[in-house]
Design a protein around this ligand. Structure first.
Ligand code: 4AD
Ligand code: MG
Length: 474
């Protein structure tokens, strides 16, 4: 039986068997056993006089055990029930001289080096259970709304974001690649007969499905070879990308806001134990920070705030005005000062808007065309596009999306102006030739959502095996 279930039972001398890993072993008598099913451990009491000395020696933190016995009322404080053990089977010992996860506080940095074992700590097991619950909530939200889940390719020949930050996929010999007469690498001899990469986004393919199935979403891995060594960037991350026919930008913003509130509401309801633990951890971490950087709210309070409050919606142009006149800008505190309309916003600006000015999630829309991707719908001012980003406290950008350019001539013009090869996008342009329709979508970075919901400061700690520059261990 799983420990999560056992801890809900009334003690009635029931006979049962549990299997899990030892968290602590005290006084040759008390085993705190955890099986990952919940945060709590089951206290298991053994009769050491009846237990062989050689077996007792092998019961240590990290060992896998199968324990059978009777469930009785606990004598000690802190738990309602305990297992009076009658039979112990050692499934696998963990030599205490070597086993790195000891019952004491380990730093997150240390645990990143032990990513294959860190899920056996309370913090990481709580984070990963929350991650799983959030993934379920994502599917539930869209499925209940009648969206279809589509799987877009991981290997692609197109650069969806046009940012050129892609990992190449090839089977050519790196030492001696075939060459064309002009001395370029001859990709016609590569596995796919052309240059291919790991996808940076499933959006373009999702658009084709939206213009047939109506409302769809993807939820899959995406890859970016950007050399960003920050607490918010991964080279491999998971993205949720809904794409909807007949939605304009306002419909898109409404959906994104409802979506985020729904999945956060789900964990508030279904992950109470893990959330309470992570909240305590979060508040301790915040206490260690200098006063000005401290979050004014606890973790659960923060999540509830987002669920209960309307997101602020302002245009890029309004945001620039606020930033231009802000005190950090006037006092030259920004690394990138805001002088003119048209500049890209850096995370320091986004955080100022969200954490200082509004103190609330913010949706920015109608960005300058120059700083956004080719597929976003041009506004009548010919300067801005129907883009929207959602900015979150402590996270920055959590969602990026837009209404898509559905007019063939306008889209072709943008593609040419941005120096993108039209040939690769023939199928994307076909959508605008055959039954084109207004449509919109967005992408939500799943790990940034998990970060927000768990209060973890570093994105490397919310995905089992993070991939970042210079790091692809495990
Ligand atoms: O803003 P981005 O680049 O938008 C797109 O890829 C669009 N094709 C989405 C769409 O409209 N269908 O990325 C979307 C989100 C960001 O807001 C951020 O949350 C996350 O993906 N993201 C990353 N998360 C972790 N590590 C990275 N390197 C990320 N880059 C983007
Ligand atoms: Mg973006």
């Amino acid at each position: 039986m799983k420990i999560a279930q056992i801890l809900q039972l009334e003690p009635q001398q029931q006979a049962l068997t549990v299997q899990g890993w030892v968290r602590t072993f005290r006084a040759n008598r008390f085993i705190a056993l955890n099986d990952g099913s919940c945060l709590g451990n089951l206290q298991c009491v053994i009769d050491f006089e009846q237990t062989e000395e050689s077996l007792l020696k092998k019961i240590s933190t990290g060992a896998a055990l199968s324990l059978s016995g009777k469930l009785v009322a606990s004598q000690g404080a802190g738990q309602k029930v305990e297992l009076a053990v009658e039979k112990i089977s050692l499934l696998g010992a963990a030599d205490p001289e070597e086993y790195p996860i000891q019952p004491k506080k380990h730093s997150l940095e240390f645990l990143r080096e032990k990513a294959h074992l860190r899920v056996r700590t309370s913090t990481f097991s709580a984070v990963m259970r929350m991650r799983s619950a959030l993934a379920f909530a994502v599917h539930q939200f869209f499925q209940q709304k009648g969206f279809y889940y589509v799987n877009t390719p991981v290997i692609t020949g197109s650069d969806a974001e046009g940012a050129g930050e892609m990992f190449r996929v090839t089977t050519l010999d790196p030492k001696n690649p075939p060459q064309t007469d002009e001395g370029h690498i001859d990709y016609s001899q590569d596995f796919f007969g052309k240059e291919t990469n790991l996808t940076v986004s499933g959006q373009l393919e999702a658009e084709t499905y939206a213009l047939g199935l109506g409302e769809v979403y993807t939820f899959g891995p995406t890859f970016r070879a950007e050399n960003s060594n920050t607490t918010r960037h991964l080279a491999e991350f998971w993205m949720i990308e809904p794409e909807m026919a007949f939605y304009d930008l306002n419909d898109n913003m409404d959906l994104a806001e409802a979506f985020i509130k729904s999945v956060l509401g789900y964990v508030l309801e279904h992950c109470q134990e893990d959330l309470a633990f992570l909240d305590e951890r979060f508040q301790k971490e915040e206490q260690a920070k200098p006063q000005q950087q401290r979050s004014s709210m606890g973790l659960i309070e923060k999540i509830r705030f987002v669920v209960d409050h309307q997101f602020i919606r302002i245009s890029y142009t309004e945001a620039i005005e606020i930033l231009k006149n802000s005190s950090p800008n006037k006092k030259k505190k920004f690394t990138y000062p805001i002088d003119d309309w048209g500049v890209d916003l850096q995370s320091e600006h986004e955080r100022y808007l969200v954490e200082k000015h509004f103190n609330c999630p913010v949706i920015l829309y109608d960005y300058p065309a120059k700083i956004k991707a080719f597929y976003m719908r041009m506004n009548d001012d010919q300067k801005t596009v129907r883009a929207m980003d959602i900015l979150f406290p402590g996270i920055g950008e959590i969602v990026g999306g837009s209404q898509r350019e559905e007019r063939l001539d306008v889209l072709e013009e943008r593609i040419t102006a941005m120096g993108i090869d039209k040939k690769e996008l023939w199928w994307y342009l076909d959508l605008r030739k055959f039954g084109t329709a207004p449509h919109s979508g967005f992408g939500l970075g799943f790990e940034r959502l998990v970060q927000f919901a768990t209060g973890m400061g570093n994105i490397r700690d919310v995905i089992p095996f993070p991939r970042t520059p210079q790091n692809a261990s495990f």
